[in-house]
Design a protein around this ligand. Sequence first.
Ligand code: SIN
Length: 495
Amino acid sequence: MAREYGLFLEGKWTVPEGAKRFRSTNPANGEEVASFVAATADDVQRAIAAASRAFPAWRDTPPPKRGEILLAAARRFRERKEELGRLVTQEMGKVIAEGRGDVQESIDFVEYMAGEGRRLFGETVPSELRSKFCLTVRQPKGVVAAITPWNFPTAIPNWKIAAALITGNSVVFKPASSTAACGAEVVRTYEEAGVPPGVLNLVTGSGGVVGDVLTSDPRIRAVSFTGGVETGRDVYVRGAKALKMVHLELGGKNPMIVMDDADLTLALDGILFGAFGTAGQRCTATSRLIVHEKVHEAFVGMLVDRLGRFSVGDPLDPRTGMGPVASADQERKILDYIALGRKEAKLRLGGTKLTGGAYDRGFFLAPTIFETEHGTRISKEEIFGPVLSVIRVKSYEEAVRVANDVDYGLSSSIYTRDVDRAFRAIHDLEAGITYINAPTIGAEVQLPFGGVKNTGNGGREAGSAAIEEFTEIKTVFVDFSSKLQKAQIDDPAPA
Ligand code: SIN
């Protein structure tokens, strides 16, 4: 039986009168997973009003107390790990080990943020005047919006929600429509952990209705968005008009460089996971393999051989290497890129929709490899699917030039045994994240996540950066001299 969800407003699951509904379906077999309320602009405003009412009391709750509630949520996520991991797989299509991994990332981050309740550090800084004490404290922004994608349907919502809550903000959360059951279950977990009514609100529905209100309503002080570049640009423009802080995590075209001195067996495991894990639907997925000409033939041969034996199928079966792509829209877009690749590059493997038997009920694509010159559209545009462009280079310098010559800069990686070259790559690669001898995926919650160029607008989330994202800094001067002291004007003569 498919589940039915309402909106979560002011601590209650609510179905507004006359509400229209939409559904999410399992990309492996087309079965309905759940149905949701398509929120109207009025519903979103009710959510914002609820969050505004709840904000003062939550702001004034001591952060360690907020941390206790987050710790209870982390424990509840742990108890629900198997159930939620399966839901992630059913609603989004990633293989079950990764579905569990999505929830584990949630547990890790919520636990980490719970500890922040006893830190939230400010600075103490010397004054240029005598008997004056200077410090900074962190304060919440107010009501914030979290707008999240379908590819990490519990982890990315938690990156935003847990960080916003521990820092004292109240939240209106809009999950991706195709994975809204995962979003709703994230909210239910916080409800069970004791988050007070109104502090976290869920609105489901289209970007055109829900997103538009969240990005323009003046009561929302910050919007944290993860998704595609075009929508991100729109969110940024709308938010800028209302002078909101807008945090964007957008696309990637992440390169893995394999040098002639690399451990090719290690690099092979890396590229299989980096490019075809989550069916290539991670912002950090490896979508360009840049290989030194001396090992190009050998390495591509090893890759084609291993991928030829890769199993694509039921993502709930633990033996499956790759599940379906997430939706009909995803499949169409990826197949369009494959058709383009057939014209502008050499197809080495795959390039087809898988059909027959159970494949006919879902969105299954063969892992695909193109050999291409740098500069083709498939080598520069984000595809967000199991399609890898392999580019041959003559030197380290050329590899870096190719790696950097795209609009994005999220993740990057190099396989080499030369320690000097590894450190040069850390300096040279234009990306927010660089891995040495590991693939481009593998974020850990205690480290900042984000990128340069069109990947975002300069911010980072997770790690210590999560606190920056959701707080204002207040600068405090305490003058205990009992006289008026003027900075830049008074000469603090010896006492
Ligand atoms: C992504 O690459 O899309 C997110 C990374 C993560 O959550 O591990």
